[in-house]
Design a protein around this ligand. Structure first.
Ligand code: AMP
Length: 478
């Protein structure tokens, strides 16, 4: 996943409050926390050089008031990380900075997964580049730094067509901010405005949080440069035939308060619940969501069936997403830590429990058991996405294919595995219909196996784990 954001304030405005740009990015990152909880970083510039603060941890823990004062700046950018290529460690935290002797510094924040990073890294290494991290983001940064051209604009436009996969990027130099999406637009990125300042962010919720107005999406393949003259598209790398926004953004990743491609995520999730009710009705006394991500879908399911909506599980809001934990063992314990069941609501009832997805299949079984232990007479599990059978290579850390329970077991076997009385998944067609769009606007490869670009199926997140020394070094955080 990962959340990225950036701001460019005109010089006159920045002079009044030099900490403002970094402060606004701090609050934007807060709104993007759901996209990554491993590390967070901010980079800022006063027009001369770049300053960076990046540490492991949550946004609220990583930055202090003095950090924001030191960062200052008229322009800033931020990143929250959830690793897809490269392990969870400080060297891989972002923004990363490359220094080029001729052009100076460039900070980069990346959401997505560059699937040919290994090949590009080898090509660059053969030309004398070397690498200090195991992250594909460094490969993108070095590809730009080593591209021909006497400006960052020229090098960016030269380098990007060589990269395959998903890359929404925010780049910052002392003289410009860039917002870029890959040709298919797999990961979201939008443009906003607050007064005279221009902002970019992974999701619209990050604009709302700081009172910025949504202007438009950054288009798939668009390279947008922002400076005192405002946003100017400098290249169009889009795929003319296809778009491919990740449909799992609608299912789970994005905040329900965001809009993706002009479509409300909350409303889409409600419609997913309604269509799921049509496809898999149930005789039951209560519809309950697995909080928080499945709440809108459960509202839709309840509305469509007329079965009353109840809260039956209370989520401990101080425990992060269980997926973030590194081992299955820890994840299993986390289910008990994460939810408390409401016996008064559940006692004697036949419940429909709505969840957004089953990935490894470690969560649903303990939830069914918890509901039964607190009095549920029947538990009917409804999932508002199709069976996840294929690995994601485009920026969602979703497990290897062999770990996906639906790649090994059929639906009846999964039902038995989780101990539910019945199990129903939303169809691919129903999921797409819920977005109001058409199948050719989305990447749904994790459900269908139809990857929009050829992938090496054995690729995994540690594929760049052998570093070599850098000629254009990645700067240590200051
Ligand atoms: P499990 O089936 O035990 O692997 O966990 C499935 C639960 O994890 C779902 O209910 C989702 O809410 C959540 N989930 C799904 N995909 C992801 C992801 N890529 N990262 C974090 N959590 C996820």
């Amino acid at each position: 996943m990962c959340g990225i954001c950036g701001i460019w304030s005109p010089e006159s405005q920045a002079r009044n409050d030099p900490a403002e740009a970094a402060r606004l990015m701090f609050f934007s990152l807060y709104a993007l926390q759901h996209r990554g909880q491993e590390s967070a970083g901010l980079a800022a510039t006063d027009g001369r050089d770049l300053r960076v603060v990046r540490r492991m941890g949550l946004v609220g823990q990583v930055f202090s008031e003095p950090d924001l004062a030191v960062l200052g700046g008229r322009a800033a950018m931020g990143h929250t990380r959830y690793s897809t290529t490269g392990s969870s460690k400080i060297q891989n935290a972002q923004p990363m900075v490359v220094r080029d002797e001729e052009l100076g510094e460039l900070a980069i924040a990346h959401n997505g997964n560059c699937i040919n990073a290994r090949e590009v890294r080898d090509e660059l290494a053969a030309r004398g580049a070397s690498f200090v991290t195991s992250s594909d983001t460094e490969v993108v940064a070095q590809a730009i730094a080593h591209a021909p051209g006497d400006s960052w604009d020229a090098r960016i436009v030269q380098a990007l067509p060589r990269l395959q996969g998903a890359w929404s990027l925010v780049l910052l130099t002392p003289t410009a901010l860039y917002a870029i999406r890959d040709p298919l637009g797999v990961r979201p990125l939008c443009l906003g405005r607050k007064g005279n300042s221009w902002l970019v962010a992974s999701e619209t919720c990050a604009l709302d949080t700081i009172g910025a107005e949504f202007i438009r999406e950054v288009a798939p393949g668009e390279v947008l440069r922002v400076d005192d003259r405002g946003p100017v598209p400098i290249a169009d790398l889009s795929s003319r035939t296809r778009r491919g926004l990740c449909i799992f953004e609608h299912v789970y990743l994005a905040s329900a308060s965001s809009r993706l491609g002009g479509v409300s995520v909350y409303a889409t999730r409600e419609r997913m619940g309604e269509i799921l009710a049509d496809e898999h009705p149930a005789n039951a006394d209560a519809v309950i969501p697995v909080p928080d991500s499945a709440i809108p879908a459960a509202v839709g399911y309840a509305r469509r069936t007329g079965i009353p909506f109840h809260e039956g599980l209370i989520k401990n809001r101080y425990i992060g997403r269980t997926f973030i934990q590194p081992s299955d063992e820890l994840r299993r314990h986390n289910v008990a830590l994460k939810y408390n069941a409401l016996g008064d609501v559940l006692e004697g009832k036949r419940v429909v429990v709505v969840d957004d997805s089953i990935v490894r299949g470690n969560t649903s079984g303990p939830i069914v058991e918890l509901l039964r232990r607190h009095g549920a007479r029947e538990v009917h599990m409804r999932i508002c996405s199709p069976p996840l059978r294929h690995a994601c290579y485009f920026g969602v850390d979703m497990a290897r294919r062999s770990e996906l329970v639906a790649s090994r077991l059929g639906i009846e076997e999964i039902r038995q595995h989780i101990g539910a009385d019945s199990l129903g998944y939303l169809s691919v067609e129903g999921m797409v219909r819920a977005t109001g769009g058409t199948a050719d606007e989305y990447c749904a490869a994790c459900f269908t196996g139809d990857y929009l670009v050829p992938v090496q199926l054995e690729l995994d997140k540690s594929s760049l784990e052998t570093p070599v020394r850098a000629r254009v070094p990645i700067a240590e955080p200051r």
